[in-house]
Design a protein around this ligand. Sequence first.
Ligand SMILES: *[C@@H]1O[C@H](CO)[C@@H](O)[C@H](O)[C@H]1NC(C)=O
Ligand SMILES: *[C@@H]1O[C@H](CO)[C@@H](O)[C@H](O)[C@H]1NC(C)=O
Ligand SMILES: *[C@@H]1O[C@H](CO)[C@@H](O)[C@H](O)[C@H]1NC(C)=O
Ligand SMILES: *[C@@H]1O[C@H](CO)[C@@H](O)[C@H](O)[C@H]1NC(C)=O
Ligand SMILES: *[C@@H]1O[C@H](CO)[C@@H](O)[C@H](O)[C@H]1NC(C)=O
Ligand SMILES: *[C@@H]1O[C@H](CO)[C@@H](O)[C@H](O)[C@H]1NC(C)=O
Length: 262
Amino acid sequence: MSIILYINLRLFFTLTFILSKLLLNEGAGIQAQAGYLPLDEVYALREIGGQLGKKDWDFSLNPCDGNPNWATPQNAVMPRYNNTVECNCSYPGNVCHVVSLFLMGQDLDGVLPPSLAKLPYIKNIDLTRNYLNGTIPPEWTSTKLEYLSVPVNRLSGRIPLLLGNITSLVYLNLESNMFFGTVPAELGKLKYLTNLVLRANNLYGVLPISELNRLTNLTELCLSSNNFSGNIPSLKSLTKLQKLRSASRISIRGSLHQAKDI
Ligand SMILES: *[C@@H]1O[C@H](CO)[C@@H](O)[C@H](O)[C@H]1NC(C)=O
Ligand SMILES: *[C@@H]1O[C@H](CO)[C@@H](O)[C@H](O)[C@H]1NC(C)=O
Ligand SMILES: *[C@@H]1O[C@H](CO)[C@@H](O)[C@H](O)[C@H]1NC(C)=O
Ligand SMILES: *[C@@H]1O[C@H](CO)[C@@H](O)[C@H](O)[C@H]1NC(C)=O
Ligand SMILES: *[C@@H]1O[C@H](CO)[C@@H](O)[C@H](O)[C@H]1NC(C)=O
Ligand SMILES: *[C@@H]1O[C@H](CO)[C@@H](O)[C@H](O)[C@H]1NC(C)=O
């Protein structure tokens, strides 16, 4: 009896020790002036790091206090390298939430992280210039992402129809990947889009012009270096378009005098 009690007490103290170590060292208990990140977001970042192949995040530091491991200052020698986790720490009770991940030019060789969806406040992700493969994870449809930028990677397959479900998107850039097939009509559901950049993939077929014409907030549309076919479509509803890079097969009519085909 007393032995069992002893063992249980030992277990209790061991667990308490582990737990307090976790809480104190690994996020939730970090009470720097910047505020702290809830433990579930710390765990989400661990999973995200694993999925991306990002090995140098130091979880003994507070991801939200602006230290250079989590938010590396700009380096003139490596202007294309960006290593920034952005938190918003103006929530009540000294609580922070991750709002942006900018991990550019880091040679990450994993996949787009499904666990991004476990960061409930995430708005911006930029993974430009890595070696990420696979495609957009279905989990991302539960986010409120506004800025999704993943150019110059090894993403492949068809552009997933479920991208059209991330209706909060304002900016979408899939340039210089290996996406193939047609542009899904579902992208026409992204009514807040101002920038749609699909340049330099292996896309072909007829563009879903009536759906694209619904994207009346577009200011930039880049479709060049693909292999689209079909009739010369007209993007006459896109009155805000200022920058158009097409394969020269797209004509714009109406009040689009300022649009440049560059
Ligand atoms: C990283 O990229 C973001 C988004 O483009 C930008 O706001 C930020 O200034 C960049 N940071 C560094 C250190 O380059
Ligand atoms: C941070 O979050 C607060 C509370 O939701 C919001 O009012 C504020 O605009 C956010 N700040 C930034 C820089 O996004
Ligand atoms: C992504 O790369 C990994 C490792 O190189 C490979 O095992 C996997 O099959 C690739 N997946 C796709 C969809 O290309
Ligand atoms: C996307 O939305 C459609 C309906 O608009 C729904 O049928 C589908 O299940 C959604 N997919 C995901 C992955 O959320
Ligand atoms: C364009 O953006 C505005 C403000 O962001 C939004 O209210 C509007 O619904 C968008 N356009 C369309 C066609 O929905
Ligand atoms: C582009 O598409 C046409 C048919 O529409 C095809 O004949 C041609 O081989 C394609 N070019 C490339 C580079 O895939």
